[in-house]
Design a protein around this ligand. Structure first.
Ligand code: NAD
Ligand code: ZN
Length: 349
C-alpha cells in the first residue's frame, strides 16, 4: 500500500510499504478515508522528538471503514465506519477505568515505531488497530467526517485543556497559541462557560478564527500581552491560562500571565528537560499546573454522547486538503503556515 513515511529530519516520503495484517484476533484493519496532519507530527518532522525508526508510517489522526475484523472483535464488522483516538486502549486496566485512556498499560501511540516496536501510523491507505473494540468509536451517518477526525485528537485535546483549567464564567481565561489545538481549546472554554476569554498568537488568520469562536484576540507580535492582561485584571493576572503550543517561551508566558492561585493547563507537547519557571516561582505564585497527553478515547466518547461537536463549526480549522501522494507538500504547507494553512487533511482516494 501507499503511505507517508518518516525518512529523517524534515523528510516525508510517499512510499510503498507492506500492507498491515491482522496479528491478533482483537485487531481490525481500517481502510483510511481521512487522515490529519497534526502539530505533534511537526515535533517528529523537525527532529524535536527523536527515536522514531526511519520508515515508520506517520500520523495518528484518522477516520475510515473497517476492511477486516479479527475473530474476537464484537463491536465492529467489515463496512463499519469508525473514528479513532490517537492512542489504543484496552478499556479494562486501572487507567482506562479512571478515564486516563492515554496511559493504558497496553496502549500505544499510532505512528510511533521505535527499535521495531510500536504502531504504524494513519497517513496511509490502511492501518492495523489493536484492541479495536475498546479503541475505536463508531462514526454515525449524522456526524460530519471532519468533525469526527478532529474528535480523535485536537478537539478532545482542546477540551481536555479547558476542562483541566476548571473554567468558570467569572474567571478571566487566556489560551496561548491558536493552532488547531488552541482553537479547539477556545471552543471548549466557551462551551464550558468562559465569558472573558483571550486568545494569543502571532498569526492574524488564526486570531481571526479565535475571535469567530468567541475569544478576544491578542496579537503577541503587536502588543505586550502581559501588560494587557494585567490591565484587564486590576494588575492581578489571569485566573486560568491554557498553553497549547509546547515551547519554553509560551510556558514562560503562561506563568507570567497567571495570577497567584491560578491554574496553568498545558497540552503543548514539551520536550525540554526543565520547566520554564522554577519551583521557587511556582511556590511564590501558589500555582496549580496540569498537563500531559489527552485521554482522547475518554473525551471523544463523552463529547459524542453529549452531542458537543455537532454544536460548533469546528471543522472550519481544516483549511487545506491534499491527496496522500502530495503528503510532503502538505507537511511543508502546514509547517510553514503557507497560504494561511491552519490544519491540513489527507485524502486517500
Ligand atoms: P500548531 O503548531 O499548529 O500551533 C501552535 C500555534 O502556536 C501556532 O499558531 C503558532 O503561531 C503559535 N505560537 C507559537 N509560538 C508562539 C508564541 N511565542 N506566542 C504566541 N503564539 C505562538 O500546533 P497544534 O496542532 O495546534 O498543536 C499545539 C500543541 O499541542 C503541539 O505541541 C502539539 O504537539 C500538542 N498536542 C498535544 C496533545 C496532547 O495530548 N497533549 C495532542 C495534540 C497536540
Ligand atoms: Zn495529534
Amino acid at each position: 500500500m501507499q503511505a507517508l513515511t518518516f525518512a529523517g529530519k524534515e523528510i516525508i516520503e510517499f512510499s510503498t510499504v507492506k500492507d498491515p495484517e491482522i496479528l491478533k484476533p482483537t485487531d481490525v484493519i481500517v481502510r483510511i478515508t481521512l487522515a490529519g496532519v497534526c502539530g505533534s507530527d511537526l515535533h517528529v518532522y523537525h527532529g524535536r522528538e527523536t527515536g522514531l525508526d526511519p520508515g515508520t508510517v506517520m500520523g495518528h489522526e484518522f477516520t475510515g471503514i473497517i476492511e477486516e475484523a479479527g475473530s474476537e472483535v464484537k463491536n465492529f464488522k467489515k463496512g463499519s465506519r469508525v473514528l479513532s483516538p490517537f492512542t489504543t486502549s484496552c478499556g479494562e486496566c486501572f487507567y482506562c477505568r479512571v478515564g486516563l485512556t492515554c496511559r493504558c498499560i497496553k496502549g500505544n501511540l499510532f505512528g510511533w515505531v521505535q527499535h521495531g516496536h510500536g504502531l504504524q501510523g494513519a497517513q496511509a491507505m490502511y492501518i492495523r488497530v489493536p484492541m479495536a473494540d475498546s479503541t475505536l468509536l463508531p462514526l454515525s451517518n449524522d456526524l460530519n467526517e471532519r468533525k469526527a477526525l478532529l474528535l480523535g485528537d485536537v478537539f478532545s485535546t482542546g477540551y481536555f485543556c479547558a476542562d483541566n483549567a476548571h473554567i468558570t464564567p467569572e474567571a478571566v481565561s487566556v489560551v496561548v497559541g491558536c493552532g488547531p489545538v488552541g482553537l479547539m481549546a477556545v471552543t471548549a472554554a466557551k462551551h464550558l462557560g468562559a465569558e472573558k476569554l483571550f486568545a494569543v498568537d502571532v498569526v492574524p488568520e488564526r486570531l481571526a478564527l479565535a475571535e469567530q469562536f468567541g475569544a478576544i484576540p491578542l496579537n503577541a507580535s503587536m502588543m505586550d500581552v502581559k501588560e494587557k492582561i494585567l490591565n484587564e485584571t486590576d494588575g492581578r493576572g489571569a485566573d486560568k491560562v491554557m498553553e497549547a503550543v509546547g515551547s519554553d517561551k509560551t510556558l514562560r508566558l503562561a506563568y507570567d500571565l497567571l495570577r497567584p492561585g491560578g491554574i496553568i493547563s498545558s497540552v503543548g507537547v514539551h520536550t525540554a528537560p526543565h520547566y520554564a519557571f522554577s519551583p521557587a516561582e511556582g511556590y511564590d505564585k501558589n500555582i496549580t499546573y496540569k498537563n500531559g497527553r489527552c485521554p482522547a478515547h475518554y473525551y471523544a466518547e463523552k463529547l459524542l454522547r453529549e452531542g458537543v461537536p455537532q454544536r460548533y463549526p469546528i471543522e472550519k480549522i481544516i483549511t487545506h486538503q491534499f491527496h496522500l501522494k502530495d503528503g510532503a507538500r502538505a507537511y511543508e504547507v502546514f509547517d510553514k503556515k503557507l497560504d494561511n494553512c491552519i490544519k491540513a487533511v489527507l485524502l486517500t482516494e
